[in-house]
Design a protein around this ligand. Structure first.
Ligand SMILES: Nc1nc2c(ncn2[C@@H]2O[C@H](COP(=O)(O)OP(=O)(O)OP(=O)(O)O)[C@@H](O)[C@H]2O)c(=O)[nH]1
Ligand SMILES: [Mg+2]
Length: 682
């Protein structure tokens, strides 16, 4: 192409990312329709889009996992990775990003959604992914469209570069002027825009806007700066070369706009991708892909409805085909059984995939999302490692039918393979399977999948909090088990010195038996009995921070036994503890909340409503305009904390937490907890 000597060629892989509900899936649909990959453009509302084709996505009218579809445009294949916008499903995006050439950040010109946009741009900046902004929904835009930079620039570290300006008829945007081409276009409904003469007021605005675009480019190009200073018109090729180069280096983020729903601005976007976005050669270089072997990266793992596993892979070098032997960076091997082209939920067998192509590989049993694959025996070092965000919300799931318990474990393993930002914890003490994840919707979708895909009906409830109890004062307590029934009797008699221990000590057992009043061989049985009794203290919870010393007792030569001494030990604890001022202990966590500074005051209020103790505030390192709030908070209050943190922060606040200590809890809250425990045990 004359316009741009450095245009990349070959298959591209482009991520569609952006805040929740900004129109990514609709944009994918528009691209597919405009390029002829599909006959008719579907809509979210009609539940017939390629992107949101899963049952769960249709049902919730939102993307709940990434989906891919490809389009041909002027001789090249573009595979789009349509990522969910909800923060709860952000891991799909984060794990897929390393392998893409560029991202199109679909956003709205809405100040309220700028924090979310910032979060996404941060991720792209961190992973050094070249990015375009696509300001969507201009069909309902208002005058803020003139303020693109004022509204959106704060979200981006890279300089935003306005590539187009809108033209109006009254208040309605009817077209645009392309500032690089210097041409005016008028939108046609569901048809390519038409070129119209650039004249009058539009021409004046174009001159000003173009100059500021060139100025931005000139920040990184001295020659262009000189031309501007000397009032020389730079050649068009140079402008295109700069646009492309500065995008690839992450120096600028070009801003385009349009209406996905009306297929407006879509062709302009495709042309920008074609001319400016990097291709596989640049991407392989960015990722340090070594030559001499075939290399691929796993963007996502999919378990299809009929049980087959597919790994969505971008081939970064060489060629991967049916039967290829694959090694992961950590030495797992596998053999590719079939290569598929994906179009949303549909898959179609195809031949080997070349460098740059994005395909699904069948039956790589030991391959995980984020793996770097190579052919042959020599592993390739991992090109990226994207750890999921730590979980913030949990639910306990129980199968409605006992017989499904075994299936549940297997089904969860598959769900975790698909979404590693969910984890499962087995709480043996409470006999609970606890799902940890990123939010209510994500976990709801997980349970829906259990039902729909695996036929496992479950109910979920709040997970059991790890309460404990201890004692506040000691006692010397006798426990005597004596039974005379028929022939052999049972006899065990012990005296325990029971004392509280400092917080965090757990349990200790000792003995000071003199003169063999309790024979040596029965002492371990006494300890066993004590340990058993401490599983349920007088308040109903496991007892901790307690010492029991065996100081006296008696035995009977015929009737004493291990069992009798176990029971004696239990009795002493059972009878003794209620007199020792038992007290409830609740787990206290150290919680670190991150939020935009304007929400910090709200966090303060939120914490006091949840028995949180604020330890301090700080600015968040590396995040202008964000704060960190450090708090100590009871485990029971963290349960649904994320819901409130998100609602106070336009969805962008988050936190991490770790166990800190157990604290005594008294008063009404404690009484309620004990009463609930008793009711549950009854
Ligand atoms: N007016 C208007 N509405 C649009 C446009 N594009 C999308 N929408 C609507 O915006 C809503 C969200 O669209 P989606 O395409 O699902 O957005 P998304 O970004 O994929 O959403 P998530 O993946 O759930 O984050 C739907 O109701 C669309 O019909 C547009 O250009 N104009
Ligand atoms: Mg979507």
């Amino acid at each position: 192409m004359a316009q741009n000597g450095t245009r990349a060629t070959g298959p591209r892989c482009i991520a569609l990312v952006g805040p929740f509900q900004s129109g990514k899936t609709t944009l994918l649909e528009a691209i597919l329709a405009r390029t002829g990959a599909i006959q008719r453009q579907g809509t979210i509302e009609a539940e017939n889009t390629v992107g949101d084709a899963s049952k769960e996505a249709r049902h919730h009218l939102m993307s709940v996992e990434l989906s891919v579809a490809s389009a041909n445009f002027k001789g090249d294949t573009y595979t789009f990775v349509d990522c969910p916008g909800s923060v709860e499903f952000v891991h799909d995006m984060r794990a897929a990003l390393p392998a893409v050439d560029a991202a199109v950040v679909v956003c709205e010109l809405d100040e309220k959604k700028v924090p979310q946009l910032q979060l996404i741009l941060r991720e792209l900046e961190a992973q050094k992914i070249p990015r375009f902004l696509f300001v969507n929904k201009v069909d309902k835009a208002d005058s803020t469209i003139h303020d693109v930079l004022r509204v959106l620039q704060p979200a981006s570290r890279g300089k935003l570069l306005v590539r187009q300006i809108p033209t109006f008829s009254g208040d309605i945007i009817t077209g645009f002027v392309d500032l690089a081409l210097e041409r005016a276009f008028v939108y046609k409904e569901h048809a390519p825009s038409e070129v119209i003469p650039l004249e009058g007021d539009a021409l004046d605005r174009e001159k000003t806007a173009r100059f500021s675009m060139l100025e931005t480019l000139a920040d990184h190009d001295d020659e262009l700066m000189e031309q501007l200073l000397e009032d020389v018109q730079p050649p068009r090729d140079k402008v295109f070369d700069d646009l492309s180069k500065e995008l690839r280096e992450g120096l600028v983020c070009p801003v385009l706009f349009g209406s996905a729903a009306r297929t407006n601005g879509v062709l302009r976007l495709m042309k920008a991708l074609r001319h400016e976005s990097p291709g596989i050669a640049d991407t392989a270089k960015r990722l340090g892909v070594k030559s001499g072997q075939s290399v691929g990266y796993v963007l996502k793992t999919i378990n299809t409805a009929h049980g087959g596993k597919m790994s969505l892979v971008r081939v970064l070098a060489g060629k991967i085909g049916d039967g290829a032997n694959i090694t992961t960076a950590d030495g797992q091997t596998g053999r590719v059984a079939a290569v598929f082209k994906l179009m949303g939920q549909n898959s179609e067998k195809r031949g080997a995939a070349e460098a740059g192509e994005t395909v699904a590989l069948g039956k790589l049993d030991h391959t995980k999302t984020g793996d770097t694959l190579s052919d042959g025996a020599q592993p390739h070092p991992p090109i990226a490692k994207v750890a999921p965000h730590p979980p913030v919300l949990s639910i306990a799931v129980v199968t409605k039918e006992r017989k499904d318990d075994v299936k549940l474990g297997q089904a969860l393993a598959k769900l975790l393979e698909e979404d590693p930002s969910i984890s499962v914890v087995h709480n043996a003490e409470a006999h609970e399977v606890v799902l940890w994840g990123q939010g209510e919707m994500q976990l709801r979708v997980a349970t829906e999948r259990l039902a729909d895909r695996f036929g496992i009906a479950t109910v979920s409830h709040k997970p059991t909090v790890g309460y404990r109890e201890t004692i506040k004062k000691g006692i010397v307590q006798r426990g005597r088990h004596k039974k005379q029934s028929g022939g052999h009797g049972q006899y065990g008699d012990v005296v325990l010195d029971i004392k509280p221990l400092p917080r965090g000590s757990g349990f200790s057992f000792s003995e000071e038996i003199k003169g063999g009043v309790v024979p040596r061989n029965y002492i371990p049985s006494v300890e066993e009995g004590v340990i058993d009794a401490l599983k349920h203290g007088p308040l109903g919870f496991p007892v901790v921070d307690i010492a029991a010393k065996l100081i006296d007792g008696s035995y009977h030569t015929v009737d004493s036994s291990d069992m009798a001494f176990q029971l004696a030990g239990r009795l002493a604890i059972h009878d003794g503890l209620p007199q020792c001022q038992p007290v409830l202990l609740e787990p206290i966590y150290q919680v670190e909340i991150v939020c935009p500074s304007e929400a910090t005051a709200k966090m303060n209020a939120l914490m006091s409503g949840r028995r949180g103790q604020i330890l301090g505030f700080d600015t968040r390192e590396g995040w202008d305009g964000w704060d960190v709030v450090r708090v100590q908070m009871p485990e029971s209050e963290i349960g649904d904390l994320i819901v409130e943190v998100r609602s106070a922060t336009a969805g962008v606040g988050s936190f991490r937490f770790k166990f800190d200590h157990m604290a005594e809890l008294m008063g009404r809250t404690a009484d309620q907890i004990v009463a609930a425990r008793k009711a549950a045990a009854a």
